[in-house]
Design a protein around this ligand. Structure first.
Ligand SMILES: CC(=O)N[C@H]1[C@@H](OP(=O)(O)OP(=O)(O)OC[C@H]2O[C@@H](n3ccc(=O)[nH]c3=O)[C@H](O)[C@@H]2O)O[C@H](CO)[C@@H](O)[C@@H]1O[C@H](C)C(=O)N[C@@H](C)C(=O)N[C@H](CCC(=O)O)C(=O)O
Ligand SMILES: Nc1ncnc2c1ncn2[C@@H]1O[C@H](COP(=O)(O)OP(=O)(O)OP(=O)(O)O)[C@@H](O)[C@H]1O
Length: 514
């Protein structure tokens, strides 16, 4: 069930809007008295309702939101917006009811109207793709801060305004939460916002009511085939961001065939970026240096102007994410020379929680905690670690339960090919049998590299300690999956677990970290 209210940042000083004005502006059918009622916010989850909110009851996979109208009323909702199926059930709450055929489809524009987000908007940057969205959004944020721009972001890890951050529940918030966040950002003079846009967000109207100034595409690879029937359908969902209804201009990474197709099929003007050698594009990336602590690169633009800098993270893929962020800023009106100047001395000052995050110290194996949970993410991070490690690579990982199971064999195979020893553990089994998930990963690994050393240890704390026992000075440990997260979900219960904290503790116990 999804009854838990999402943590949200909302405007502190909302300007009330009349409920009748809302009904008239959108042509909603009205049931009940709506005069003399003001609306100050909007929520799609009853538990997230604040006093003065319009509660929007939409049908879901498990329930119809209209059934929670009484709870919304108890939390201070002043009216309900729902569809025909929900109207009568919502009216039982005693609140006035507005009716529209598809309340989810109306939500974005309604939230934009209530929060007046089209007035004096910040520059909006949207990022989509299978891997790298969170990273690009954090890199945009870092670059903007280095340029002196007050920035905000919303990502899988956090919603952030300057130094204020709340943990995210969804990658892309529901439109009600997103517009409230934008309104709050405007109150504190945020002038640019990076927004991570998942395929699900596009399919489920979560970024409605927004036209992005610049959108960026990282890559597309196997993921979410539980939500989409094929990669083609998954691509179609993402392509929708590159339409005039959703964005003004775009930047597309064209290393893959999917990127080149997006350029061909985009309905907005796009600039291209190539980050692999031998691929032609408007912007070209060249890697200058790869180390466990950073990746240095040169980015050359269509007019021959260049920028040289570094990201404090491993991997060509992270330089590629940084290049995308830089080109998006240029497309958003920032001058390349000014960006180059801002990052010339100390590089890009980015901290990305749980993305190839180094938690080890000066001594012992280098330990990275990563959020990779796709075959391509495994490939990229393992390649990057191999290029910067002389010793062995030990990889710890599991796979999501109740999510795309078809990627597990590939994840196992890529891990077996890229690492020297594997410790296969539990990630979020959710309602699946954890042993069956591990077995699928092991089968993939064994089929690819029969002789690979594999340890199967269900408990992630014990699994990490096993990895540590296998590694020494000069070796590297990649723990892929948990990233920034602070829980492990088993059979509907979220148990506290931070891989980053536990890894630091284990390194300390082993005498590698003070
Ligand atoms: C498949 C999907 O997107 N589901 C989302 C959907 O849930 P649902 O349709 O099942 O909702 P439901 O439980 O039937 O409830 C119906 C309505 O009643 C409301 N309700 C329900 C119970 C209650 O007590 N009170 C209440 O108000 C719910 O808020 C909802 O509006 O609406 C919920 C409320 O906003 C979301 O939390 C939920 O996201 C779930 C948790 C989810 O896992 N989504 C994933 C697939 C997702 O969106 N992932 C992407 C991409 C991730 C990536 O990049 O890897 C993302 O953007 O996060
Ligand atoms: N450009 C990239 N190409 C391939 N893999 C990448 C790239 N950038 C990051 N990764 C890998 O994917 C993982 C997830 O990165 P990130 O969180 O930035 O992506 P995302 O698209 O936001 O995914 P999610 O929405 O699941 O968080 C990283 O931990 C890393 O392993």
């Amino acid at each position: 069930m999804t009854g838990t209210p999402p943590t949200a940042l909302r405007p502190l000083h909302p300007s009330p809007r009349s409920l009748r004005g809302l009904a008239e502006a959108f042509g909603f059918e009205v049931r009940g008295g709506i005069d003399e009622i003001d609306v100050t916010g909007v929520a799609i989850a009853s538990g997230a309702v604040n006093g003065g909110d319009l509660y929007v009851g939409v049908p879901g996979r498990n329930a119809h939101g209209a059934d929670f109208a009484a709870q919304a009323a108890a939390n201070g909702a002043v009216a309900v917006l729902t569809d025909d199926a929900g109207a009568e059930r919502a009216a039982a709450s005693g609140l006035p009811v507005l009716v529209t055929p598809d309340a989810r489809a109306a939500l974005g524009e309604v939230a934009a109207w209530i929060h007046r987000t089209a007035e004096n908007p910040a520059t909006l940057f949207g990022v989509t793709g299978t891997n790298g969205k969170t990273s690009v959004v954090y890199l945009l944020d870092a670059l903007l801060r280095q340029l002196g721009v007050t920035a905000g972001l919303t990502s899988t890890a956090e919603r952030r305004i300057g130094d204020v951050a709340v943990t995210s529940s969804l990658t892309t918030p529901e439109a009600s939460e997103l517009h409230a966040l934008l309104a709050r950002m405007r109150e504190v003079d945020v002038r640019a916002v990076g927004i991570e846009v998942s395929a699900q967000a596009l399919s489920r109207h979560r970024v409605d009511g927004i036209v992005f100034d610049v959108v960026g595409f990282t890559n597309l690879s196997h993921d979410h085939l539980d939500d989409y029937a094929s990669l083609e359908e998954y691509f179609d969902a993402k392509r929708e961001l590159f339409t005039p209804e959703r964005a003004r201009r775009g930047v597309v990474t064209v290393d893959s065939e999917w990127g080149r197709r997006l350029v061909a099929e985009s309905r907005i003007p796009v600039t291209t970026l190539a980050t692999e050698p031998g691929v032609e594009a408007d912007w070209m990336l060249e890697i200058l240096d790869e180390a466990p602590t950073h990746t240095a690169f040169r980015l050359v633009g269509p007019d021959g102007r260049a920028l040289e800098t570094r990201v404090p993270l491993i991997g060509r893929f992270m330089a590629s994410n940084a290049a995308l962020a830089i080109v998006m800023l240029v497309e958003g009106g920032h001058d390349l020379d000014l960006i180059a100047h801002a990052v010339a001395d100390h590089g890009i000052d980015a901290y990305i929680p749980g993305r190839a995050e180094r938690v080890s110290g000066e001594r012992g194996p280098v330990v990275y905690i990563d959020y990779g949970h796709t075959p391509d993410a495994f490939r990229q991070t393992l390649d990057a670690i191999r290029r910067t490690t002389d010793g062995r690579i030990v990889m710890v990982f599991g796979a999501d339960g109740d999510r795309d199971a078809t990627k597990r064999r590939d994840m196992g195979a890529i891990a077996a090919r890229g690492a020297d020893a594997l410790v296969i553990t539990d990630f979020h089994p959710r309602w699946e049998d954890p042993a069956a998930i591990r077995a699928a990963l092991i089968a993939g690994a064994r089929a690819a590299v029969p002789e690979r050393e594999i340890h199967e240890i269900a408990d992630p704390r014990a699994a990490f300690r096993q990895a540590l026992a296998l590694a020494g000075e000069g070796d590297a440990i990649l723990y892929a999956g948990p990233g920034h997260e602070d829980y492990q979900e088993v059979a509907g219960v979220k148990h506290p677990y931070s891989a980053r904290d536990d890894a630091r503790l284990a390194l300390h116990e082993a005498g590698w970290l003070a």
